[in-house]
Write a protein that binds this ligand. Sequence first.
Ligand code: ADP
Ligand code: MG
Length: 379
Amino acid sequence: GYKKVLEENRKLYNQVQDLKGNIRVYCRIRPFLPGQANRLNPVEDVDERTIEISATSKNGKGKKSFTFNKVFGPSAKQEEVFADTQPLIRSVLDGYNVCIFAYGQTGSGKTHTMTGPKELTQESMGVNYRALNDLFLITEQRKDTISYDISVQMIEIYNEQVRDLLATDGGNKKLEIRNNTANGINVPNANLQTVKSPLDVINLMNLGHKNRAVGSTAMNDRSSRSHSCLTVHVQGRDLTSGAVLRGCMHLVDLAGSERLDKTEAVGDRLKEAQHINKSLSALGDVIASLAQKQTHVPYRNSKLTQLLQDSLGGQAKTLMFVHISPEYDALGETLSTLKFAERVSTVELGAARTNKDNTDVKELKEQIASLKAALARKE
Ligand code: ADP
Ligand code: MG
């Protein structure tokens, strides 16, 4: 009866979702910051899936539009951004591997999205904190049927070297990456810390941020030239059957994607820029080949893609937050960021968009809800 129809519908719903692929790209536009003088704004969020860039070129004024799975305008709150990320995060508890990236030029809001501003409040907390809080909440709800262990690692990749941000000894040892390990832990020598509460997470993240700042000065902000990755390992044990399931989530604040100014392109800066270039293009290549369902995926081209290999592709779910600065001065970088997004996206960008899939999903969702209600009345 109802149950069977409900099951059928759910199958269909999952199929429609699968068609859409496991790669999502969200675009977030940073607001103008207090005191910013240049208010000429070439970026406009048209609706919740489209942005428009107006550019003046030799050939006159033109507009180009880009479509994403979701667009967050300058006034979007951290809470809203998280709400659209939540289902992905929750799937870790069901044994999925998940990768969430923040991409964009320095100053475009990557750290704001993932962590939040320096002075954290409940309201300004970024995805990382909210994700862990959410995981604690659900494991508590499920505690009579499944017993979960949650542990975290925090590492940094700088100049193609992996460093432990939770090391208590400064973390200057270089770490090795292993893939396809039995326990799913691919940086076995990085500190792995069990967390039991949001406070544990805050303390660890503070330690990680402190360690990350080591070696940087005001003139030399290393955090914009390294990738940082918070990895959450989840292990759940079914209390009746004893079956164990593992999930893993990487929350990655990428190095700034800006191209180096020609005048700066010497010495250490040049070396850093080359490493960043190499790893971001390797990441782009991997996600693009997954989006296009190619058989060969080039994971081995950078430490970043090696680190994330087990969580990109297959059944894993990927979300890329692409960050845009609103200023006219940033236009060149904005366009190059959008070009990157275009490559990794399964959404056809710039083309006339169809809402058919969305309509199908929406209708099926409504049907599921009404069948559920009917079922509840029957029982
Ligand atoms: P990135 O990590 O990409 O270099 P940040 O996250 O540090 O950029 O953002 C640069 C500045 O802009 C910071 O002062 C940050 O607090 C502010 N900022 C970024 N995004 C937002 C936002 N959505 N709302 C308010 N302030 C933001
Ligand atoms: Mg940052």
